[in-house]
Design a protein around this ligand. Structure first.
Ligand code: 26Q
Length: 818
């Protein structure tokens, strides 16, 4: 008897082959007798998508029946990367597909390489959202992700003559099998216009009469969990012209212009902002934020009303998480809907808002906090501005009761910033309205409490918490490092660590075992060879897998100190050049690998990229140096490049000035893959040290609490001699382009050296020397590598998400029966 619970789709090789060929023929519309790798990739993806949809339907039917409290995760950015490999692994059908494809004459790996990255985000914050979605699904949490479906993802980085150029990433060009367009799930989103007062039952009500309306259409992206049937939804909104609204313009007879105007609506979701630093007060960005918030809130309220119609129960059914302040307009939006459209009293609505919202901040510096000019907000969202003013009025009254008439404090804490440009402080709005504010590492919370949000911490200490970030081992080990993954399972005697990373600790017992070390080295070497081949393909450079692969891949930022890395490389080069032949034989050969994008308007970051190329040009072409030192810049760094680079790295650098990296998540990916860390005690690294011990990594530099004092005396601190020398080489044009690099050198010499490169240089070199020394002793190195992986369990996003669920969101797992 056929049971509906079995689903319709079978996963045996014959069924899969038939399925794939059907998709070649009917979906991709190619002949089943003749199709290439890309067409095969498309067909396989559609076949996997069918399986995702089945589980996703079952999951949602189950959630609907059980009606648990749901988490809604709001983020303007999700950096998902590729989906095919991740999906088949989470669905547990990787080997079945590989077999089926083999019989058809294709290799799964080759097809997976056909997929482009979904780059709907900038960096850490965006990839964190993606990792957390994977954990939410795997841990059976009833969660939804909400965001924007950008037509252009993060720009492609093209390097010409060593300079970064940006090219649009029109990623939907070849179709996207991982999304399901839901034309019938759409909402009108309003902008501009005026607020009118109307009579209602003897009282007054506010009515927002919009000046523009845009339609938000849902695109659903199924997110499968691992080892569970649960498949949750990431719903991204695309902007489409609204049919409701501009009928009038057609009446004027200007048909062509009316159509063109309609088309403009789509610009709202057209492009991701590529700057991950701070708010620039741009109207389009504000419209993006509100657009996705408004559609999502309408969707949530519709779903709530489908099952219940008593808003008193809303907080029992809804937790709303704001990923940084970017979606914080959700707060006044929920107030507006409850008061103006659902006719709740202000007090009722406010009670609900205070119970449902929580937020996470990813910033350390006050300059990074988002502000929206009042004039802009008042023009685009007039009703929301009123609501924010009303919230602020009550908040100020509360503050006066608490602190008396301390005007300094009142003005610092106010949601409204007075000044040349009167603005709304989105962080203050979030703190006032959220029941919980989370930092992303322990030291980050300390900084929030003592500096960035000191006043708020004094008022509401109970609101402030931290959940150390984590990354998903499914993507960062199982998908990207199958060799190591197999080895871990073999030595632990189980693959249960894929859902329970604490089990990795079991590797500690075997870290000294010669046989494991041998196998470990072997797997890592294969990964290094793969990386060397990739470097050759991308840059035409041949590098030897015998060398130490020393990697720094992340967004380019002054505080992340890629410049310190480059100056260290210059120092190494200078040393080798001045060495006797007998000493050269003792040098550990290095391949220094740097990759990352600079925000298009971030001048200093772009100069750092150029410097990296200029230095590489000199070193790599110096026959005197040979294979002892190479400097490679990997262009267009993204998630799939990271998946290839991380497993093949020996050493990775996380060298931000202490107190500047809120958490950092790259370090966790390297750690899991058995790559040793060379790092400052900053962000989550501090917790990594606790887990694996100082002896198993290379630590250097000023500590968080020392930085302010060091800055005060930055002018007169002793700049190490070597530091002055390498900087002089850049300044004097040793690598060319001296005029161009002048401002970069000035930012250190005479510029106050805000990021303390001079101060940390000597200890940086010591840490580098220690890494060289350890590398020579391969047995010791391999043991450190195994211990790194063994200690990485705490940095799984499963752990982070579990803590959020329990402590912040108040949600429980809801596991769909198999
Ligand atoms: C804001 C306004 C307008 C346009 C863009 C933005 C914007 C976009 C992205 C501001 C910031 C971001 C991204 C920030 C980010 O990625 N922060 C990183 O978050 C990681 C996850 O918590 C941390 O590990 C990193 O330490 C933190 O730098």
């Amino acid at each position: 008897m056929f049971s509906l619970m079995d689903g319709f789709l079978k996963n045996d090789p014959i069924s899969l082959q038939k399925d794939i060929l059907d998709h070649v023929e009917y979906t991709v519309a190619r002949s089943r007798f003749s199709f290439d790798d890309f067409e095969a990739y498309q067909a396989v993806s559609h076949s996997v998508r069918d399986r995702l949809i089945e589980r996703w339907h079952d999951t949602h039917a189950y959630f609907k029946r059980k009606d648990p409290k749901r988490l809604y995760f709001f983020s303007l950015e999700f950096l998902m990367g590729r989906s095919l490999s991740n999906s088949v692994i989470n669905l547990g059908v990787r080997d079945q597909y590989a077999d089926a494809l083999n019989q058809l004459g294709f290799e799964f790996e080759v097809l997976a390489e056909q997929e482009g990255d979904a780059a709907q985000g900038n960096g850490g914050l965006a990839r964190l959202s993606a990792c957390q979605m994977d954990s939410l699904a795997t841990m059976d949490f009833p969660a939804w992700g909400y965001g924007l479906r950008y037509q252009y993802g993060l720009f492609r980085q093209v390097i010409l003559d060593g300079f970064q150029h940006e090219q649009p990433d029109y990623w939907l060009n070849f179709g996207n099998p991982w999304e399901i367009e839901r034309i019938h799930v759409s909402y009108a989103v309003k902008f501009y216009g005026t607020v009118e007062e109307q009579d209602l039952n003897g009282g007054k009500r506010k009515v927002w009469v919009p000046g523009e309306m845009v339609e938000a259409v849902a695109y659903d992206n199924p997110i499968p969990g691992y080892g569970t049937r649960n498949t949750i939804n990431l719903r991204l909104w695309a902007a489409k012209p609204s049919d409701l609204y501009d009928m009038e313009s057609y009446g004027t007879g200007d048909y062509i212009n009316a159509v063109i105007n309609r088309q403009k609506a789509e610009t709202i979701s057209s492009v991701l902002y590529p700057d991950d630093r701070s708010y620039q007060g741009k109207e389009l960005r504000l419209k993006q934020q509100y657009f996705f918030v408004s559609a999502s809130v309408q969707d949530i309220i519709r779903r709530f009303k489908d099952s219940l119609n008593d808003f008193n129960q809303f907080p029992e059914k809804v937790a709303l998480q704001l990923n940084d302040t970017h979606p914080s307009l959700a707060i006044p939006e929920v107030m507006r809907v409850l008061v103006d459209e659902e006719f709740l009293s202000w007090k009722q609505a406010w009670d609900i808002v205070c119970k449902i919202f929580s937020c996470t901040t990813h910033t350390v510096v006050p300059e990074g906090l988002e502000k929206i000019p009042v004039d802009l907000l008042g023009s685009v969202l007039p009703r929301h501005l009123q609501i924010i003013f009303d919230i602020n009025f009550s908040f100020m009254e509360e503050l006066k009761k608490h602190f008396g008439l301390d005007f300094n404090r009142l003005s610092q804490m106010s949601i409204v910033e007075e000044g040349a440009v009167k603005s709304i402080r989105m962080a203050n709005l979030s703190i006032v309205c959220c029941h919980t504010v989370n930092g992303v590492s322990r030291v980050h919370l300390d900084i929030l409490k003592t500096k960035v949000f000191k006043d708020f911490y004094e008022l509401w200490p109970q609101k402030f918490h931290y959940k150390t970030n984590g990354v998903t081992q499914r993507r960062w080990l199982v998908v990207s490092n199958p060799g190591l993954c197999g080895l871990i399972s073999k030595w632990l005697g189980t693959d249960a660590w894929i859902r329970d990373m604490d089990l990795l600790m079991g590797l500690r017992d075997h870290a000294g075992d010669a046989e494991l070390q041998q196998e470990w080295k072997m797997v890592r070497r294969i990964n290094k060879i793969r990386l060397a081949e990739f470097i050759d393909a991308m840059t035409g450079m041949m590098v030897s897998p015998d060398a130490m692969f020393d990697v720094q891949i992340k967004r380019i930022h002054e505080y992340k100190r890629q410049l310190l890395n480059i100056l260290g490389i210059i120092y190494r080069y200078d040393c080798i050049k001045n060495m006797k032949e007998s000493d050269r034989r003792k040098v550990v050969p290095r391949v220094c690998i740097i990759g990352g994008k600079a925000a298009p308007g971030y001048d200093m970051a772009k100069k750092i990229i150029k410097l990296c190329h200029a230095v590489g040009e000199t070193i790599n072409n110096d026959s005197d140096i040979d294979d002892l030192l190479k400097l490679v810049f990997i262009p267009d760094f993204n998630v799939s490049v990271a998946e290839l680079v991380i497993p093949g790295s020996d050493l990775s650098q996380h060298i931000s000035t202490a107190g500047h990296e809120a958490s950092g998540t790259g370090s966790m990916k390297f750690l899991m893959n058995g790559c040793l860390l060379l790092a400052t005690a900053d962000g989550a690294t501090i917790e990594i040290i606790e887990e694996i011990g100082e002896d198993n990594m290379f630590l250097f530099g000023a500590k968080v609490h020392e930085v302010p004092k060091l800055r005060e005396k930055a002018e007169n601190h002793r700049v190490a001699l070597q530091f002055a020398r390498v900087l002089r080489m850049v300044r004097d044009g040793y690598f060319g382009y001296e005029d161009y690099f002048k401002s970069l050198c000035d930012s250190i010499e005479g510029g106050g050296d805000f990021y303390l490169l001079g101060n940390d240089f000597a200890s940086y070199l010591e840490a580098q020397a220690a890494a060289d020394k350890a590398f020579v002793d391969q047995e010791r190195w391999t043991k450190m590598s195994i211990l790194s992986t063994a200690g990485s369990g705490r940095f799984s996003s499963d752990k982070t998400v579990g803590e959020y669920a329990h402590q912040t969101w108040g949600i429980e797992p809801c596991r769909c029966p198999f």
